[in-house]
Design a protein around this ligand. Sequence first.
Ligand SMILES: Nc1ncnc2c1ncn2[C@@H]1O[C@H](COP(=O)(O)OP(=O)(O)O)[C@@H](O)[C@H]1O
Ligand SMILES: [Mg+2]
Length: 600
Amino acid sequence: MPSDGKDSEPASVPPDTPRGARSRSLRRLTPYLRPYVPRLVLMWLATMAGIATSTAIPLVGKDIIDDAVGDGHGAALLPLGLLVLALGVTEAFLTFVRRWTQTKAVLGLETAIRNDVYRHLQELPMSFHGDWQSGQLLSRVTTDLSTIRRFLGFGLLFLVMNVVQLTTVAGLLLRMYWPLGLLIVVAAVPIFAVSLRFEKKYRRISREVQDMQGDIATYVEESALGIRTIRAFGRRAHVYGEFDAAAREVHRVSMDKVRLASRFFTFLEVIPNVTLAMVLLLGALAVGSGSLTLGTLVAFTTLMLQLVWPIASLGYILAIAQEAMTSADRVVEVLDTEPEIVGGAEVIERPRGHLRFEGVGFRFPGADRPVLRDVWLEVRPGETVAIVGATGSGKTTLTALVPRLADVTAGRVTIDGRDVRDLKLPALRSVVATAFEEPTLFSMSVRENLTLGRGEATEDELREALEIAQATFAYDLPWGLDTRIGEQGMSLSGGQRQRLALARAVLSKPRILVLDDTLSALDVETEALVEEALRGVLADATGLVVAHRASTVLLADKVALLRDGTITHVGLHHELLSTVPEYRELLAQDTDLDPEEALR
Ligand SMILES: Nc1ncnc2c1ncn2[C@@H]1O[C@H](COP(=O)(O)OP(=O)(O)O)[C@@H](O)[C@H]1O
Ligand SMILES: [Mg+2]
């Protein structure tokens, strides 16, 4: 009951979320339901008809006992028996229809919302300068979407179904014989109240146990890593004591959790059984005195037992509902974030991939000095230019301007003579593909990460892209390409992440491929293999490749040296090597050229 819930801790919903905002979030998501209306209508019809049949069965049973058996009308037995059979089959069929329509509608709905979220996120300036927040946002959204799906696909249906079933059956019971009906309604109150309380407590304790286990893992990790320091300072007893205390605490709380659950489920057995005993006892008396027929009593007990689960599960369902509201808020928050970068209206019909920087300047908002100034650079269709420059010289910024992860603050970047700001964003992003040094991979499957909401790539294309990027390790993950990675899944090494990001960029077969130090975390051998394969890709595409190593520079037709935010030299690798001392110095830090480095 509400008064019971009030004093307990707030569940997962932050207290400052206004109610109005929450219902707005759900309303904002309702347009997604529109294409599924026919299916959902069918689902609801099947659900309601299912409730009707399952309630009707005990009522026919009552007639069987009272009329056919009790009054000795053997002739009515057969038709009534057949009716029960028909009702049973119908109920089974309706359950099938409900499940089937429900699954189809809900999966479609989740996909639709997810595609929109991904599409939207691609318009937000993410992965630029390690904008981890948007990355985390997306990971969260993936979890949020499954919470919403769970609610729409299961919680909402059962919520309504349970309430409808509860009210009809309770009404029926009260009408059949109100004193016993009243008894049952009264008995339902504690079941509902306790299940609500149980759900809240159980969730809190579960989270507590999870956090504590995390803490313990950290203890173990730290003391394993710092074992020498701990010994050296004679702190072993102290550290062990801390660990021991933490372990005991987890044990205690876990026992609380078990105790709570066993109490709840015992309670769930006891109340209905006690009620049943009372109904049978009082019912027998009533039958004896003639105020109740035997058939009614049997129907009564059957109907009453049908109520236990709907009542007990309400607590769980309400908890899911609350979670889904919070998730809807977060998803809507992402959907409603205005992209800072808005696309133009043009598309390029047959992109050739002619890339030009025309007097480009870039200044971060609020910064006093521009990062880039007066950059002129031309990359002709099919040509590849390597960008070489010291750390902080603006290489990442320069590459980010092409797919408009950021916009120039002076001059313009053009593709085939058109300002990138005039292009539709999807058109631009289909011409340009990027892979960054610190790629953002999301908490979803490898496949989803590779196709990122644009799922039309074939298996063969996927394999080809993974082979080019030397990322076929993905097939050997526990669930192959369906393995979830990121926050809540498999963790990957920096090199593996880079290779997947490269595969993602290559997969879209872009006219312009922009690589910002994408190979930095690879070992020399793998890098060589990737470079060999990239040569084929870059032969057709226009390439802008940030390079630190001579081997990467050699992929390019020419090199541009970026210094203090502007391009000072453009030329062939060997020309710059012999004429520009700074270029020589920059590449001398490379393992290939520096013997001292190579010895390490
Ligand atoms: N968000 C930011 N706000 C202000 N300055 C930034 C930001 N991100 C990077 N910078 C500065 O911009 C310059 C160029 O950075 P970057 O393009 O990453 O260089 P590179 O990739 O060549 O190492 C650096 O001096 C860096 O400190
Ligand atoms: Mg960089």
